[in-house]
Unconditional design. Structure first.
Length: 364
């Protein structure tokens, strides 16, 4: 009991800690409980947060804030219309074509696997290849059933997409336009003694703002360069693969390696063991190297100080809780945890004069 009491007095007894803890608990409870219901609002907050940097820079150049908001919002709506009318239909078409070609790809891969025991009898046996083929078939069957099970929810997803396409832009506009009014109202609802909350919020905002906005630019640049490279090399499903490569940068250390597999398989199915396949893999490797050694240092001037193991654990935890958005915001959420731990106050050990033995004087 003494250990628990000392730990409580050392870390928890500060009222600032109680306020910070209550604020974090309330936020997470609201998101976990009403996340599905408030999804359009949460998505609008994220988008407005991403666009606010452009609004602030435009405002700093001399434009009135309302003009900066309108300009950035028009650019955002232009991109949204482009995505809905051009990008999404072509991605959907390429996904459909790839699903139709999947049996041919599987048959060609099976034929290549059956040749392994003949070419490399010391490394592969017919039993091993047969077991591998059965495992691949079982996995593909499971994936197909999963895709079919999503066909009915896809109808409701289309309705949700229509609602989002109207509601989210409206919310984004007002979040940008009335940013300071909303923040002032939210600030009034918090206790006045909230120094620790302000410290954590400032630290998280400085690091997360650079990370999230930089990550969006990284996705865009890597996706566009990949699309240009795949199109110039006449690779099938160039737009679909480029989108996958662009989104792969969300998951550090792992995403690029995972996306390499479909890129290599589709290129091999198209060209076989040829010079085109070699040149494509070489160009893909150069692209990944430029992203890691040139683009990332340029975009992320203030690198988030997190260990790779902590990043992977955060991706697994938050991705398991919130799916795609959990993966995207895994590092910002881990940064929040780190900021809380760094700002957590510790009571200094005090030496009470009354505890000194009065009989033991210095001159004794």
């Amino acid at each position: 009991m003494n250990i628990l009491r000392e730990w409580y007095e050392h870390y928890i007894s500060d009222p600032q800690v109680v306020i910070l803890g209550m604020a974090l608990v309330i936020i997470f409870v609201v998101i976990l409980t009403f996340g599905q219901m408030l999804a359009p609002v949460l998505a609008s907050i994220v988008i407005a947060y991403l666009l606010d940097g452009a609004v602030e820079k435009t405002h700093q150049l001399g434009a009135p804030r309302i003009s900066a908001v309108i300009l950035v919002f028009i650019l955002f709506m232009t991109f949204l219309v482009f995505a809905l009318l051009w990008l999404v239909p072509r991605l959907s078409y390429q996904v459909t074509q790839l699903v139709r070609e999947l049996p041919n790809i599987i048959a060609l891969g099976q034929e290549a696997l059956l040749q392994l025991p003949q070419k490399y009898p010391l490394l592969f046996t017919e039993a091993q290849v047969s077991d591998l083929i059965h495992a691949i078939r079982a996995e593909i069957t499971t994936m197909s059933q999963h895709v079919l099970s999503l066909s009915l929810p896809a109808v409701f997803g289309l309705i949700s997409l229509m609602v989002y396409s109207i509601l989210v832009p409206v919310l984004v506009f007002f979040f940008l336009k009335d940013k300071y009014r909303i923040l002032a109202w939210f600030s009034k609802s918090l206790p006045k003694q909230r120094r620790l909350v302000d410290v954590v919020a400032h630290d998280v905002n400085v690091q997360v703002a650079n990370y999230v906005r930089g990550k969006v630019w990284e996705i865009f640049i890597v996706g566009v360069v990949s699309f240009a490279t795949f199109t110039l090399m006449d690779l099938n499903y160039a737009l679909l693969l480029a989108t996958m490569v662009g989104l792969s940068v969300i998951i550090p250390y792992v995403g690029a390696a995972v996306v390499t597999v479909p890129v290599a398989i589709i290129a091999w199915f198209q060209w076989g063991w040829s010079a085109e396949l070699g040149w494509l893999l070489f160009a893909y490797g150069v692209l990944q190297a430029l992203d890691g050694y040139l683009l990332v240092p340029l975009l992320f001037s203030e690198v988030v100080d997190l260990h790779p193991v902590a990043i992977i654990i955060a991706i697994l935890i938050f991705g398991g809780i919130w799916g795609f958005w959990g993966v995207f915001f895994a590092i910002p959420l881990a940064t929040l945890v780190q900021a809380v731990l760094n700002a957590w106050p510790e009571k200094e050990a005090r030496v009470d004069d009354a505890t000194v033995d009065p009989g033991s004087s210095p001159g004794a």
